[in-house]
Design a protein around this ligand. Structure first.
Ligand code: GLY
Length: 564
């Protein structure tokens, strides 16, 4: 039955129609017998495999790939950012969620930034970076190799690498958005002249000497050198010169937080996702819980691109994002009603509230207990999926928030502008709604959409997934999971299938061009407000197949997996 369904779906899933950033989309997919790493950069994925072949495990590989991505994709992630990791340790079946999200500096208050809130890409928007202590903590707990070994591929790359088509595009976009300061930022990152920065093209060789010096010091002195001494002082000075409040004490005090992964059973699979301050895991559990109420109905009604299914998915996403807007915040500061939001009977009630032929009134989505106070662009995130030979797995998503983060570089480190993810009267750049639960406060972590996900089944790890793309991370990751777990698509099909996204506010159903015009009309007839978007999320995926692992990077980002 599953096989017939899979065949049916292959025939029914149209080509996605998004513009492929890579020139060779076939390199975005790989079958590996033993181990695989999927990321947004071929050389970064290869850095992970280098660790696996030098006695390392999935955790070493994830750390090396993440550090390498910070070199090759400075618009997305790096030492100046932070993220979340889910780890599955095969020997014991233990699962760990590590939160190394940026925290608000001690001097950052809700009043800072005035009525308009914290401006993105400003000095005030810089949070205390968590990536270095996050990665070193992962290695300390689970790694087989030392930090000094895992940093080596990144160090090598910082001495010279080829500009990828996606990096070239991001540089062009940065210079187009900021014609005066953009070339200076790019010039500073690559230690080249302003004119050379404006002329960078895919395939050109670049280096990052300032970052080389920083990575070399971390390799020799250890990750703590990032948080104290000259490197920390360089970041603090640069942020202060840009009007920010990051202090040396903030750096010294930063600590990652271990959390319990969210776990839900979905059609016989155990889905692990990230708890708050990620909103991603909570929305995913809510959406899966709603959809689990009628799987046969929408399975029978057709493919993952049928109007019936996409309508149901959009309605479920609206419930999840409405609850995110009202309730989500850093659990150390806000009371998040997690038990209610994760409760299967609540999901059943929401499923019953949904109507197959029409949308609901705006306030009928989720639990209307608290009005959000404000309605909540993204290239600044990277996701890494890894499975090793022993069956260990890591799903790790890391970000500097917007493209090139705060647009402040110090000692080769591009600093994040993550404080924009807090709620203010002004909508954040993703137009996401939020409540008082997500107001800025000293030491607080802003709500995130990052959704690293691991699915477990009879054979251990079945799927490792996650994405970049602001709030679209959640929709992209969910659709990939549903395509694999419900519709039986393989990794390549799930990755290329066209996606939708709805975040409750604004009331727009975004769809990729691969969704047929007939489907768009049918969704309109149900009351949805469809609007085309070139791409929805940029994912990295590994799926266990009968003969090993299928790894897929997203043709939307030009990434490439590696494995053996
Ligand atoms: N900065 C984007 C996110 O964490 O969702």
């Amino acid at each position: 039955m599953r096989a017939i369904l899979a065949l049916l779906c292959v025939a029914l899933v149209p080509s996605s129609g998004f513009a492929e950033t890579t020139t060779n989309a076939s390199r975005a997919f790989l079958h590996a017998r033993h181990a695989a790493v999927a990321s947004d950069s071929q050389v970064a994925s290869a850095a992970g495999v280098e660790m696996l072949k030098s006695g390392g495990n999935a955790i070493d590989a994830a750390c090396a790939t993440t550090l390498a991505l910070g070199v090759t994709n400075p618009f997305a992630s790096g030492l100046g950012g932070g993220g979340f990791a889910l780890v599955y340790w095969a020997k014991t079946g233990k699962t760990v969620a590590l939160d190394f999200r940026e925290t608000a500096p001690a001097a950052l208050t809700a009043r800072q930034g005035g009525d308009k809130g914290i401006r993105p890409q400003s000095g005030l928007s810089v949070g205390v970076p968590g990536e270095v202590r996050g990665l070193s903590e992962l290695l300390r707990r689970f790694g087989a190799l030392p930090f000094s070994r895992c940093v080596e591929p990144a160090l090598r790359l910082s001495r010279g690498f080829a500009v990828s088509p996606w990096l070239a595009q991001q540089i062009r976009d940065e210079i187009a958005r900021n014609p005066t300061t953009g070339p200076d930022l790019v010039a500073k990152i690559f230690s080249i002249g302003r004119q050379a920065a404006s002329r960078l093209r895919a395939g050109d060789r670049v280096a990052r000497p300032a970052l080389t010096a920083t990575l070399e010091r971390l390799r020799r002195a250890g990750p703590e050198a990032f948080y104290r001494g000259d490197i920390a002082a360089a970041m603090v000075d640069a942020v202060s010169a840009a009007g920010g409040v990051l202090a040396l004490d903030d750096m010294a005090r930063y600590a990652p937080v271990e959390r319990e992964p969210l776990t839900t059973n979905f059609l016989g699979h155990r889905v692990l996702s990230m708890p708050p301050p990620s909103a991603g895991g909570t929305i995913m559990v809510e959406v899966l819980g709603i959809l689990a109420n009628r799987p046969e109905e929408w399975r029978r009604k057709g493919s993952p691109t049928s109007p019936a299914y996409l309508h149901e998915l959009a309605e479920a996403l609206k419930h999840g994002f409405a609850d995110r807007a009202r309730f989500l915040g850093d659990p150390a500061f806000a009371r998040v009603p997690l038990a209610h939001l994760l409760d299967a009977s609540y999901h059943r009630e929401l499923a019953q509230r949904n109507q197959p032929d029409r949308v609901l009134a705006h306030d009928a989505y989720g639990t209307p207990a608290r009005r959000p106070t404000a309605a909540p662009r993204d290239g600044g995130t990277a996701h890494v999926s890894v499975v090793d030979e022993a069956g260990n797995a890591v799903a790790l998503t890391t970000t500097i928030n917007l493209e090139f983060g705060a647009r402040i570089a110090a000692d080769g480190i591009v600093l994040n502008d993550q404080m924009d993810d807090f709620t203010s009267e002004r909508p954040d750049v993703f137009a996401l709604a939020g409540s008082d639960a997500n107001r800025p406060a000293p030491g607080k972590r802003p709500v995130s959409s990052m959704s690293p996900t691991i699915v477990l089944g009879d054979r251990g790890v079945e799927v490792v997934a996650g994405a970049a793309g602001g709030p679209r991370i959640v929709s992209a990751t969910l659709q990939i999971l549903l395509d694999v777990l419900v519709f039986g698509l393989d990794a390549r099909q799930a990755m290329t299938a066209p996606r939708i996204h709805h975040q409750w506010e604004p009331d727009i159903l975004y769809y990729e061009p691969g969704i047929s015009i007939e489907t768009v009309r049918a969704l309109e007839n149900k009351g949805q407000r469809p609007q085309s978007r070139p791409d929805i999320g940029k994912a990295n995926l590994i799926v266990r197949s009968r003969s090993g692992l299928d790894a897929a990077a997203d043709p939307r980002s030009g990434g490439e997996p590696a494995g053996y």
